[in-house]
Design a protein around this ligand. Structure first.
Ligand code: DQA
Length: 146
């Protein structure tokens, strides 16, 4: 099983970015914990981050060539990008969306996620553990598909 993890805008700043909301864990630390959990679940995990919507779109489009599933946190683009939501619907891969913060407990504009609506499922509010919970859910789903 091969999982592509996509992190969107500003997530490269994790660790120092609004720590009261996002905590102090850095993105490389999250990526390492995903690789380690993936290995224990029998899944290879590749993590990428971009601040550019077009780059994220290209990665989603190409994902089916090399991966079985997507784990995504598109950051603020979750709330605004119809293009990324359409891309998720256009590719034949299951996708789980995660958020560090509980988007439903925050400002109204964060409570709608276009990309989350196109995902298989969504985990929100558990800090870095949202990624690990999301990966478990995705790998379980992929296992059931086999
Ligand atoms: C976020 C929530 C978004 O609203 C915000 O724009 C982010 C991070 C999260 O992981 O909690 O960049 O996706």
């Amino acid at each position: 099983m091969r999982v592509l993890v996509l992190h969107g805008p500003n997530l490269n700043l994790l660790g120092s970015r609004e720590p009261a909301i996002y905590g102090t864990t850095t993105l490389p630390e999250i990526d390492r914990s995903l690789a380690s959990l993936g290995a224990s679940l029998g899944a290879s995990v590749e993590c990428r981050q971009s601040n550019h919507e077009g780059v994220l779109l290209d990665w989603v489009h190409q994902a089916a060539e090399s991966f079985d599933g997507l784990l995504v946190n598109f950051g603020a683009l979750s709330h605004s990008s119809l293009a990324l939501a359409d891309a998720l619907r256009a590719v034949p891969l299951p996708c789980v969306e995660v958020h560090l913060s509980n988007i439903h407990g925050r400002e109204p504009f964060r409570q709608l996620t276009h990309t989350g609506a196109a995902a298989l499922g969504l985990v929100s509010g558990f800090g870095p553990d949202s990624y690990l919970l999301g990966l478990r859910g995705l790998v379980d789903h992929l296992g059931r598909q086999r």
